[in-house]
Write a protein that binds this ligand. Structure first.
Ligand code: EPU
Length: 422
């Protein structure tokens, strides 16, 4: 297991390329199960979660190859040999549950392990289940696995999600593409990753309208065909690197970044005294003068402030002038970075879903570790602004969602290295 060592060394300057979105790629890949013809994804991120999804799809009989150093993923699901997503794979990555809708639609059956809880919350699948049941699926839980069947095929229906879940929207939209008749999904999630999925499905021949709004209408078709699709820019990687010059000072251009992907987040940075400017090639971010100002943040579904940037924003607020309140409304246990940041000298109080952060003038390097992806990267960001050395252990969490984090931050002048843990 490796660690990352960061030593705060002042302002950053330069450009950071932003990769394709992990969470878009993780829903685009299972879309291969909907068609006998090949699906090629370009601009794919090189991440361990993508490898896990590849292994899962291969276990179902899909052929997968990685080209151009992993930036292109070529998938073909001509002959599926299994309809079971095994616990051994699903427990490593919750997004494995995104094979449920497509398998059910294509094969009329699917057996998918329930993922179990994870570090940030319980994360049940009830919304996926009720939506697929509305399309005529029969689903029961046996031995930790969801056994889903649709003997006569899925049928279009009008269904309203109780909460705008990203995964439930993705599973339902994919399933409905091959259902008989029209599906109207209300209170659908509006995240850019869903818009990207719909655009890809449309290239495959699906008839879908309304992506990016709360109502998505899907007209079922008999079959889908092959397609080539570029994965949308990763707005969470983008937001993460936008914090780097905000916390360490300096000016960084995030290549490929677009304001529309991070609007609510950019507004908070602006209120904190960080300028964000759209250029022809990306987003240029600079800290205007002195310390950033404290701003309150509440996580919400898109287009609200993303929960996946809450930990990184907390790191920034640790060094701000004043007191910030961070409300986490999406996941019930997503403040594990708070005690680690406290070890670096931050002043944070957590009560349930709310954290109060009183900014300090300077953080101090310390050995820290984190139990999830976004928490880990928030500690690296804090390390950029800390005096001395911060050693972040359990780096495998980072490898799930950030490619080349060391090279990208070194490229803008950060002092950061990856070392083998003793
Ligand atoms: N929920 C339910 N029942 C369900 C589904 C969800 O109660 O059937 C609850 C969850 O427990 C959670 C909330 O609804 O409290 C939001 O869950 P959602 O289904 O929207 O999230 P997800 O699809 O499981 C995706 C991302 C997460 C991101 C969330 C919210 C992927 C692979 N994952 O998860 O990404 O935090 O949406 O935006 O797309 C990350 O990348 O670090 C990450 C955790």
């Amino acid at each position: 297991m490796d660690s990352i060592i960061v030593t705060g060394n002042g302002p950053l300057q330069g450009q950071i390329p932003i990769a394709g979105a992990k969470n878009a790629c993780l829903t685009l890949m299972p879309a291969t199960l909907l068609s006998e013809e090949p699906l090629t994804l370009t601009n794919a991120p090189r991440l361990s979660d993508i490898k896990t999804m590849t292994t899962l799809l291969q276990s179902l009989g899909s052929e997968a190859s990685s080209l151009q150093d992993g930036k292109v993923i070529s998938l073909s699901s001509h002959d599926l040999t299994s309809h079971t997503a095994d616990y051994e794979i699903v427990r490593k990555m919750r997004a494995s549950n995104l094979v449920l809708g497509p398998m059910l639609a294509r094969l009329g059956q699917a057996v998918v392990s329930l993922p179990g809880g994870c570090a940030i919350g319980a994360r049940p699948m009830d919304l996926h289940i009720t939506a697929l049941e509305a399309l005529g699926a029969e689903i029961e839980l046996k031995d930790g696995y969801l056994h889903a069947k649709a003997p006569g095929g899925l049928k279009g229906a009008v269904h309203e999600l109780r909460f705008a879940s990203v995964g439930a929207t993705e599973n339902t939209v994919m399933a409905a593409t091959l259902a008989k008749g029209t599906t109207v999904l209300k209170n659908a999630a509006r995240e850019p990753e869903i818009v990207d999925l719909v655009r890809c499905l449309r290239k495959m021949g699906a008839q879908i309208e309304g992506e990016g709004s709360s109502t998505i209408t899907i007209e079922g078709v008999d079959r889908l065909h092959g397609a080539t699709h570029p994965v949308v820019t990763d707005r969470i990687e983008l937001g993460t690197y936008m914090i780097a010059p905000a916390i360490a000072g300096g000016e960084v251009e995030c290549l490929g970044g677009k304001l529309e992907l991070v609007q609510s987040f950019a507004e908070k940075l602006d209120a904190a005294g960080v300028s964000v400017e759209e250029t022809d090639t990306g987003l240029k971010v600079a800290r205007r003068n002195g310390r950033v100002q404290a701003v309150d943040v509440k996580t919400e579904v898109f287009p609200g402030f993303p929960t996946d940037l809450q930990a990184q924003m907390m790191a920034l607020m640790c060094t701000a002038e004043g007191e910030a309140t961070l409300d986490e409304t999406i996941f019930e246990n997503r403040f594990m970075h708070a005690p680690e940041l406290t070890r670096m000298g931050a002043d944070i109080e957590v009560h349930g879903g709310q954290a109060r952060v009183r900014g300090v003038e300077r953080l101090k390097g310390a050995p820290v570790m984190a139990t999830d992806l976004r928490a880990s990267v928030s500690l690296i960001l804090a390390g950029l602004a800390a005096e001395g050395e911060t050693r972040v252990s359990r780096v495998y969490h980072l490898d799930r969602g950030y490619e080349n984090v060391v090279a990208k931050l070194r490229g803008v002048g950060a002092q950061i290295e990856r070392v083998k843990e003793e």
